[in-house]
Design a protein around this ligand. Structure first.
Ligand code: SAH
Ligand code: SF4
Ligand code: F3S
Length: 470
């Protein structure tokens, strides 16, 4: 068997590093170091991509700012999954006309999933003339070359060609957190759910070499990272394109064998590919968090079929019971779409019934948003917006009651939690996560950030838990 996904040759990556050196030399002539700002929208995959862009920028001598007015280079790393996400980005891009007017020479870049949509790239080209550089996810590894060209010639660059995609290893990474790390294990998606833009903008499924992933995890564990998040649009397809027999369950076991005190989380799992082998691996791996995000999207079999999801409501419920038989204390979360074209209110009520039967710990609920170029965008969608909104509200209420009840059951328990951040609230200045990933507020010294502590849960709400140090 031969590996079917192309790897970008190391000499091509090397050329990007020499572009970094050239920009760095140019920047070194300035009186003060130049500033960069990377704003990220969308999923963790984009967060991981932004860490690579920051890695490149750091190599080029940039320091970082949160102030758009001060930044010499601004990158908006965008998401195309719903219209709402795109409108937010366009609003922000529009606002940059003013920052650029006050700071001529400011370089404005738009990348990520929106950039890979042909009609969006055209719109930026025509109507947002202050944007200098537009590149899609496929071209991200070439960012230094693009920036160098812009700085030398100040023309506009659009690098948005569609392609199945390749894998680039050896890019610099500047991580935002010293506690939790994102590790992409695969890119792209082959599932073509009928509502979803991701396969069009992220290309075909392709897996990183296990050795490259394990080396990255070893370095993170040695650096003291406490949580490793393995990322992919559908991690359960991991390995299908590798030249060796290896699937996600095997990878999970291999990551679990890396020495260190860390938890492994992963997302996302597609129900059609979630296997008992994976559940067994999760149950056996002491570092695998007892948590699974398993999007079901809709409760009606007719709607699931129209969505091209590849499973039925019954097979999904059966999968969950097999999972719970192996890991009874699993924290289960999911994504749901309300208002898919043609979904009737009785069909929506099947979603409600599924939610009541499965009893998720938390649910991410979305109102269907038509995406240009997807099959669902061309389907009849007769339900009025008000009816969709009313259904959406019903779902939120049902789930909130379940979440609140599930959270109440934590009160009195003592759990080993990772303190992962701080807040301005003086009574609850720290945040932590239970092994299953539920948010806990607590008060304590900031020095606890990045450590595991035992917390007794004292109180709860629909969304969070409150804990006290033991
Ligand atoms: N690969 C992941 C999901 C990526 S997108 C998976 O398959 O589970 C995250 C979520 O956004 C999806 O699970 C879906 O619930 C939602 N979503 C995707 N496209 C959407 C659309 N057009 N309108 C509304 N929600 C959408
Ligand atoms: Fe989109 Fe479906 Fe792929 Fe998830 S599995 S990214 S919802 S096409
Ligand atoms: Fe959005 Fe792209 Fe992620 S569309 S959800 S940023 S893969």
């Amino acid at each position: 068997m031969k590996r079917s996904t192309p790897l970008i040759p190391q000499e091509d990556i090397g050329r990007q590093w020499s572009c970094c050196a050239q920009v760095r030399a140019q920047n070194a002539r300035r009186a003060t170091p130049p500033l960069a700002l990377v704003e990220t929208y969308g999923c963790q995959q984009n967060e991981a991509d932004s860490e690579r862009l920051r890695g490149y920028l750091a190599q080029m001598g940039y320091q970082f700012t949160h102030d758009r007015a001060q930044a010499d280079v601004i990158i908006l790393n965008t998401c195309a999954v719903r219209e709402h996400a795109e409108l937010r980005v366009l609003g922000n891009v529009g606002g940059l006309v003013h920052t650029k007017r006050n700071k001529p020479g400011q370089v404005i870049c738009l990348c990520g999933c929106m950039a890979q949509e042909p009609q969006m790239a055209d719109k930026i080209r025509r109507s947002y003339r202050h944007v200098d550089l537009v590149f899609g996810p496929h071209a991200l590894w070439r960012f230094p070359e693009f920036l160098l060209r812009i700085l030398q010639r100040r023309g506009r660059i659009f690098e948005v060609a569609d392609e199945p995609g390749a894998i680039a290893e050896g890019l610099p990474v500047s991580r935002q957190s010293g506690v939790k790390a994102w590790v992409s294990v695969m890119y792209g998606c082959n599932n073509f759910c009928s509502y979803c833009i991701v396969p069009y903008v992220r290309g075909r499924e392709r897996s990183r070499e296990p050795q490259a992933i394990l080396e990255e995890v070893r370095q993170l564990a040695a650096a003291g990272y406490k949580e490793i998040n393995l990322l992919g649009q559908n991690v359960n397809s991991y390995g299908k394109d590798l030249g060796e027999p290896m699937d996600f369950a095997d990878l999970l076991r291999a990551v679990n064998d890396v020495p260190g005190d860390f938890l492994i989380r992963f997302m996302t799992s597609h129900p059609k590919d979630a296997s008992e082998k994976l559940f067994d691996a999760m149950a056996r791996c002491e570092k695998a968090a007892p948590a699974l995000h398993l999007p079901f999207q809709a409760g009606s079999n007719r709607v699931l079929k129209a969505m091209n999801r590849g499973y039925t409501c019954e097979s999904y419920v059966d999968l969950v019971s097999r999972l719970r038989a192996k890991i009874p204390h699993i924290v289960l979360t999911s994504d749901v779409i309300v208002g898919f074209p043609g979904e009737t209110t009785p069909e929506f009520e099947e979603t409600l019934r599924l939610v009541e039967e499965v009893r998720y710990d938390a649910l991410f609920t979305f109102l269907y948003s038509p995406r240009t170029g997807t099959p669902a965008a061309a389907m009849e969608d007769p339900m009025p917006k008000e009816e969709k909104m009313a259904n959406f509200q019903r779902l939120v209420e049902v789930q909130n009651a379940i979440s609140a009840e599930k959270h109440r059951a934590y009160v009195g328990q003592t759990l080993r939690c990772l303190v992962d951040g701080s807040s301005d609230d003086p009574r609850n200045n720290l945040s932590a996560r239970t092994p299953g990933g539920r948010l806990v507020h607590l008060s304590g010294p900031e020095t606890l950030i990045g450590n595991y502590v035992n917390l007794t849960i004292t109180d709860s709400t629909t969304w969070t838990l409150f804990g006290a140090l033991v």
